[in-house]
Ligand binder design. Structure first.
Ligand SMILES: Cc1cc2nc3c(=O)[nH]c(=O)nc-3n(C[C@H](O)[C@H](O)[C@H](O)COP(=O)(O)OP(=O)(O)OC[C@H]3O[C@@H](n4cnc5c(N)ncnc54)[C@H](O)[C@@H]3O)c2cc1C
Length: 409
């Protein structure tokens, strides 16, 4: 009599960006092959987009396709996982609608509107966070993002005024890219650019832009922006936004000091919202992120449920935090899977400890930038070399292909 095949145990990963894609590669390389009966485990990677995006780059290619190589910016997810066995990997072009953590299953909806339930043996939530502006990330599929960029470029070609809400890196990088592209820069000894072609205003409620960096670095960024005709309004909130109407073509942006700015384009770049609407509130902290332990397990969700990346409460939203969290998460997933399969595993959990030192690189236009790494200020040229030159595209090849995770660490 033929032996009964072992039922497949799904390791379900929701979200396919920095956190989800890295976790999938890492587990396929270092966890599944070490389990008894590896053919019985399947990574199921769920994403509403069939392409991965180098998200930090968005402020530049939203202006034109010619500014960065498109084949490196968007990469096919099924293509980079083709090298693994079909027994161990499946891509689901779908969105998670509802997590039933008591029943250990997730309801997903495919892009052709078909709903189905996927049961899991282990679950990794890596659904990240959405930006209020649709221009700055994969809030849904890559085609939608590209269509948003096309529409933006048409508006940009006619714009005389742009208002950006938010003085964090996303707002400042967007202001710098638009400033240099639309206005150029003043000469080195002229300081502020007088009479820019397009009025670009950044509004921030903080007392400085780039609150993640010391104030002297933030001042440098403000000086560079001024050279591109960007004006910064600090200590002021956007309290109301009225979109264009039949009577007028501009957006009216009311500020907390009572003044009203009229703009041809308004870009909200204030904060992000964790993509957790499909998760029971009892598993979330007050700001909407998933409540994880230092071992990256989700508190109260049952066995073998984890969260990583911008969606999780363990760290501030940054790629470098994800890259240090992935080996910790995967070591704990592997250990839990071995234990669940009856293998006696010694040793303790690996714990994630966030590096909270001042670390942020912010290109200002295509030639300059400001920033710090691990508490050390980085000169403009180095910011350009590391990030501003191609907005991290030099790093994503290894991440998306998985070669970054060839060694278990
Ligand atoms: C403009 C900008 C510039 C940035 N610059 C930097 C930088 O220079 N350095 C740095 O370290 N960080 C930077 N960041 C932050 C960085 O991009 C994030 O930390 C990183 O993208 C987070 O990765 P993630 O995998 O956690 O989630 P995300 O990148 O947010 O991706 C989540 C994925 O999950 C999918 N998803 C959402 N909901 C569901 C669902 N219900 N079901 C299934 N899938 C779902 C989404 O479509 C998306 O593909 C920047 C962010 C922005 C917006």
């Amino acid at each position: 009599m033929a032996p009964t095949p072992t039922p497949t145990k799904n390791i379900l990963i929701l979200g396919a960006s920095y956190a989800g894609v890295s976790t999938a590669h890492y587990l396929l390389k270092h966890a599944i092959p070490k389990l008894p009966d590896p053919e019985s485990y399947k990574i199921v990677l769920v994403s509403p987009s069939t392409e991965i995006l180098c998200r930090p780059a968005c402020p530049r290619p939203m202006i034109s396709d010619d500014l960065l190589p498109q084949d490196k910016l968007f990469v096919s997810i099924p293509e980079v996982f083709k090298k693994y066995s079909e027994e161990n990997f499946r891509f689901e072009h779908a969105t998670a609608l509802e997590l039933d953590h008591a029943g250990r299953k997730v309801l997903v909806k495919s892009t052709d509107q078909v709903e189905k339930t996927i049961e899991y043996h282990a679950l990794v939530i890596a659904t990240g966070a959405s930006t209020p502006s649709p221009l700055l990330g994969l809030n849904s599929g890559a085609d939608t993002l590209r269509a948003e960029w096309v529409e933006f470029r048409t508006e940009m070609s006619r714009a005389k005024s742009i208002v950006i809400a938010g003085g964090g890196p996303a707002g400042i990088e967007t202001a710098g890219e638009l400033g240099e592209h639309l206005n150029g820069t003043s000469g080195w000894f002229c300081g502020k650019l007088e009479n820019p072609k397009v009025q670009i205003t950044v509004v921030t409620s903080s007392s400085q832009i780039l609150p993640g960096l010391r104030s002297s670095i933030a001042k440098k960024a403000e000086g560079l922006l001024a050279r591109m005709g960007v004006v910064v309004v600090k200590g002021t909130k956007v309290v109301d936004v009225q979109p264009p109407s039949e009577e007028k073509d501009t957006t009216a942006i009311t500020l907390s000091d009572g003044s009203v700015l009229e703009a041809d384009i308004y870009i909200p770049a204030v904060g992000t919202t964790p993509n957790t609407s499909f998760i029971d509130k009892s598993l979330l902290i007050a700001d909407g992120r998933v409540n994880v332990t230092n071992a990256l397990r989700v508190e109260g969700a049952g066995e073998r449920v984890y969260a990583v990346g911008d969606v999780a409460s363990n760290a501030r939203p940054a790629v470098h935090a994800i890259l240090s969290a992935v080996p910790v998460l995967c070591a704990n997933v592997k250990r839990d899977l071995l234990l669940a399969s009856g293998v006696d595993v010694s040793g303790a959990d690996r714990l994630f400890i966030e590096d909270t030192r001042e670390t942020q690189l912010v290109p200002i236009g295509r030639r300059w930038g400001v920033g710090a790494a691990m508490g050390w200020q980085i000169p403009s040229f180095m910011v350009w070399l590391i990030k501003g030159r191609d907005y991290w595209l030099w790093t994503t090849g290894g991440l998306w292909s998985g070669s970054q995770w060839d060694k278990e660490s």
